[in-house]
Design a protein. Structure first.
Length: 255
């Protein structure tokens, strides 16, 4: 059975003290309340907090995630953070290819492919984000566009390595807008992406890859979204900043 994920992306929010409170609340609630054996909670927190937070997480139900990395292991890249650095402070997951990084920092599919390789080389798990704009959806090119993002950044991997990647489909028009894709729209895209993976790697490999949905996931809509056969959880922004809401999302998977 594919692993299910409730992954939080805090983005650039919370001071250190606020973050410590939020993290502790989530860890405690998840420890007490999350009974689904196949759900992994991931908290993608700001870089400066990683080292401390990794010591505060005392359950395997919760894993620590970073929101970015540089593909090089070390060197003259002022301001950047490498995957070996992340690994050395206990990070297990790295979010890459987020639309905000693609848009505001000009990250290309090729650069994201390099990051993917760097993360996998260190034995960490990339959470690879993809997704179309509203204009692309309205033009009817959304399936081809998102399939292309996956092809360009992931299809150089062999099947065994690809299986270690988590994919997060995040339609840009649904991020931070309160407009969620309907469960039918999410399922439709996830199926298209799984079929795309199957076309390249075979259905056995495609069936093993977790595909998360992101974009205004909330405690109110998570259950409906996560009940879709090809939706393996969520990458959650705003609602991950509220411990009760995020914990409820983590409990929204079918039994
Ligand atoms: P929201 O849940 O705030 O829409 O953000 C989604 C997202 O971008 C997660 O990476």
């Amino acid at each position: 059975m594919r692993k299910k994920y409730a992954a939080g992306n805090w983005k650039m929010n919370k001071t250190f003290e606020e973050g410590q409170i939020l993290l502790s609340e989530v860890v405690n609630m998840v420890k007490d309340e999350l009974t689904h054996p196949n759900v992994q909670v991931v908290l993608g927190v700001p870089f400066p907090y990683l080292s401390t937070f990794s010591k505060l997480i005392d359950t395997p139900k919760v894993a620590l995630g970073a929101q970015n990395c540089h593909p090089k292991a070390s060197g003259a890249y002022t301001g950047e953070v490498s995957v070996p650095m992340l690994k050395s402070v206990g990070v297990q997951y790295v979010i890459i290819g987020h639309s905000e990084r693609r848009e505001y920092f000009g990250e290309s599919d090729a650069f994201i492919a390099e990051k993917t390789d760097a993360i996998l080389a260190e034995g960490l798990t990339p959470i690879f984000c993809c997704g179309e704009t509203l204009a692309q959806r309205e033009a009817g090119i959304h399936f081809d566009f998102v399939k292309g993002q996956i092809t360009n950044s992931l299809f150089h991997l062999d099947a065994g390595t690809l299986k270690k990647v988590v994919i997060a489909y995040e339609p840009i028009w649904a991020i931070g807008t309160g407009v969620t894709a309907t469960s039918a729209q999410a399922q439709e895209m996830h199926k298209v992406l799984r079929d795309h993976l199957a076309g390249q790697y075979g259905s056995e490999t495609a069936e093993e890859i977790s595909i998360l949905y992101g974009g205004s996931v909330s405690a109110a809509n998570a259950q409906e979204l996560f009940s879709q056969p090809d939706v393996d959880g969520g990458l959650v922004g705003g609602a991950s900043l509220k411990s009760r809401d995020f914990t409820e999302i983590s409990k929204s998977f079918p039994a």
